[in-house]
Ligand binder design. Sequence first.
Ligand code: NAI
Length: 294
Amino acid sequence: QERLKGLAKGNKPEPTHVHVIGAGVMGGDIAAWCALQGWRVTLQDQSPERIAPAVGRAGSLFRRRLKTDREVTAALDRLIPDHRGQHVGHADVVIEAIFEDREAKQQLYQAIEPRLRPDALLATNTSSIPLEELATALSRPERLVGLHFFNPVARMQLVEVVRGGQTAPEVFERALAFTRGIDRLPLPVASKPGFLVNRILMPYLLEAVELVEEGVPPARIDAAALEFGMPMGPITLADTVGLDICLHVARILGEAFGLAVPVRLEQLVADGHLGRKSGRGFYRYHKGKPIRTR
Ligand code: NAI
């Protein structure tokens, strides 16, 4: 509980309840991470069938990271499915991780804002929608902040804490403290396209894709990057992130900074080759594991 002290205000009880909306790739794993860190977590999704797999993944994480069965059971007890979002009004921190769709997010905010506790932190995991646009749906836009986690949540230490044009300084400070409280490293960033990480990472990935287009074998590019000291080659990384997600971010950065989107990337996505998750991208995969070819 020591680590949560930064969030404590006056003699009010320490915040302990996170409500996550969206139990997909990110929301499910963010919920699991917060439960692992000792928070009570409620997890909401409009498709109830998304919640059970997220809880299943959480169980695997808890078994890997916790020592005893008792601790695993306690962590699982802290992660509570909430199909209808009945707990949103009790949470200290609400994290939205639904589809990357501006209108869907805005509609959700309109629906939940009247139910939020006045002091609740409202955070979005958006990777590309300006916070200023999302905040127009709120009667108190100053309460919205970005918490941009990276995939996979349990392995990626960094969280970009995004300050929108209207985010209140006190809200931003609490978001930084919350991030530290769940044992992640907060990186303060402005609400600009790509924030910081994707703005740097994406040109590097796209340049590697250009090289493939020029005829250099993906494995040779990846091997060179590993030699250089990168933990993973750029082509493997693109396949791992998901080529659809790369394309989406590339288009946004392309518009903002005049970055060219490689035809090869567009083609693969159009053909349904989305990388590791679909079994094929630049490489082929079986059950998420690369198939070695010569
Ligand atoms: P996903 O498609 O895996 O999951 C989204 C979930 O939200 C689905 O389970 C869906 O049923 C649920 N949902 C949609 N509308 C809802 C609503 N109105 N109420 C309740 N649940 C709703 O998406 P993913 O990849 O987890 O992305 C979520 C957010 O995180 C997006 O904003 C995305 O840009 C961002 N993000 C994604 C990363 C990634 O690597 N996938 C990395 C960092 C951020």
